[in-house]
Design a protein. Structure first.
Length: 141
């Protein structure tokens, strides 16, 4: 008498290992560094493990990742002068705009000149989160 054996089920790996370019790693790492963002949510969105994301972050800091690190924020010197001396003072940098043009006659106006020459002007009631997002996008270009 012959006994039929149960069928054997072969389970294969769901998908092949993904090969990420340095540019893709760079973009994912920068996305995980956005203030108020969640690295875990970024990892899930891209289908990678959090351990891999943190490895890429460490590699970027240590310079092992070939992609460029984001530029460190820098500060420009600021001087507060009385109004009578402000008109006679020379601008700090050649890119500085005249005081009247910078504030557009609106009190509390802030002008930010980025290293690539892009100027962002905001009022005192600007939403901090929105401004951070705009500056982050402009900084990547």
């Amino acid at each position: 008498m012959s006994v039929r054996e149960k069928p054997v089920e072969v389970i294969t790996r769901g998908e092949r290992r993904r090969i990420w370019t340095d540019a893709q790693k760079h973009d994912i790492v920068l996305e995980s560094l956005v203030p108020g963002g969640s690295p875990i949510a970024v990892a899930r969105r891209h289908g990678i493990g959090t351990g891999l994301l943190y490895t890429w972050r460490r590699q970027m800091v240590e310079g092992q990742l070939k992609a460029l690190m984001p530029a460190a924020p820098s500060f420009m010197p600021v001087a507060a002068l009385p109004e009578d001396q402000a008109a006679a003072a020379a601008p700090i940098s050649p890119r500085a705009a005249p005081a009247a043009a910078a504030i557009d006659g609106i009190p509390g106006r802030i002008e930010i000149v980025l290293p690539d020459g892009v100027t962002v002007r905001v009022g005192v009631a600007v939403d901090e989160t929105a401004l951070r997002r705009v500056l982050a996008v402009l900084g990547r270009q």
